[in-house]
Ligand binder design. Structure first.
Ligand code: HEM
Length: 233
């Protein structure tokens, strides 16, 4: 009887942790889609001020009108992102608590050194992304932190003024770098959760996860570097 109870408990804990991993993977995947969309949108900086500011205005006012009322889409998008963030943070906290409890238990198989390193990297990059994300919103969205631009500056002018400063290029390099490392590790974990990592596919999955992070990194960093180098002014 006692053995059956233990077995049921173990099965339930395993099912819950698989479910939590799925929540983490789904919310993470939504973030990756957002990052691709955002980085692609930022590339419009290369098309000039009118194109970029028009795109920014479209997103904030006209996007998907009349499916949404004018200015409505951005709020639906923000609410969806907030929900994904809550799910992602909840799943991360659950996994962290569980692995701490497991470390204290005598019965649990020890994690491999690479898994422990990956988990630590995810937590550290997650905290840095969160802090720099708060800075990013105060900087470009609300304009609370102004770096060489005035409150009435357009999104294009904000970008051009900001990336004259090498320090800000470095801050964004750190922000985007951490986001991309996080995404690459996240993809790797997602492939594992999906059961796609086998000895025969391991190298392919490593390369695929790396490519996703690298593509997002290059797309995001191209405009700041072009501005700093004087190609966009
Ligand atoms: C070099 C990297 C990046 C640049 C130059 C950049 C630029 C911008 C700009 C200019 C805006 C304001 C657009 C406007 O007000 O019209 C913005 C908004 C935003 N960015 Fe970024 N971004 C970068 C990276 C990121 C990353 C890595 C994330 C997520 C981790 C992110 C998340 C957001 C979000 C959530 C918004 C606010 C959208 C809203 O609710 O209005 N950005 N970004």
């Amino acid at each position: 009887m006692a053995t059956t109870n233990v077995a049921t408990k173990k099965r339930r804990a395993w099912t819950t942790s698989v479910f939590i991993k799925q929540l983490m993977a789904i919310s993470g995947f939504v973030f990756v889609l957002f990052l691709l969309f955002h980085a692609y949108g930022n590339l419009k900086m290369f098309l000039g001020q009118e194109a970029y500011d028009h795109y920014a205005e479209w997103l904030k006012v006209d996007a998907f009108y009349p499916i949404f009322p004018k200015g409505g889409f951005i709020w639906v998008f923000r609410a969806a992102m907030l929900l994904m963030l809550v799910i992602h943070l909840f799943a991360a906290a659950y996994t962290w608590k569980r692995s701490r409890r497991a470390r204290r238990s005598r019965y649990v198989v020890k994690k491999s050194v690479t898994d422990a390193y990956a988990a630590q990297t995810m937590r550290m990059s997650g905290v840095i992304i969160f802090l720099l994300f708060v800075f990013h919103i105060l900087h470009f969205t609300t304009g609370t932190i102004r770096t060489g631009f005035t409150i009435d500056a357009t999104p294009y002018e904000r970008m051009v003024a900001s990336f004259q400063s090498p320090l800000l290029v470095i801050v964004y390099l750190l922000f985007v770098g951490c986001a991309c490392i996080h995404v690459s590790h996240g993809f790797w974990s997602m492939f594992q959760t999906l059961g796609w990592v086998r000895p025969s596919t391991r190298s392919l999955m490593v390369v695929l996860s790396g490519i996703v992070g690298a593509v997002i990194f290059v797309m995001f960093m191209a405009p700041p570097i072009a501005i700093a180098a004087g190609f966009i002014s």
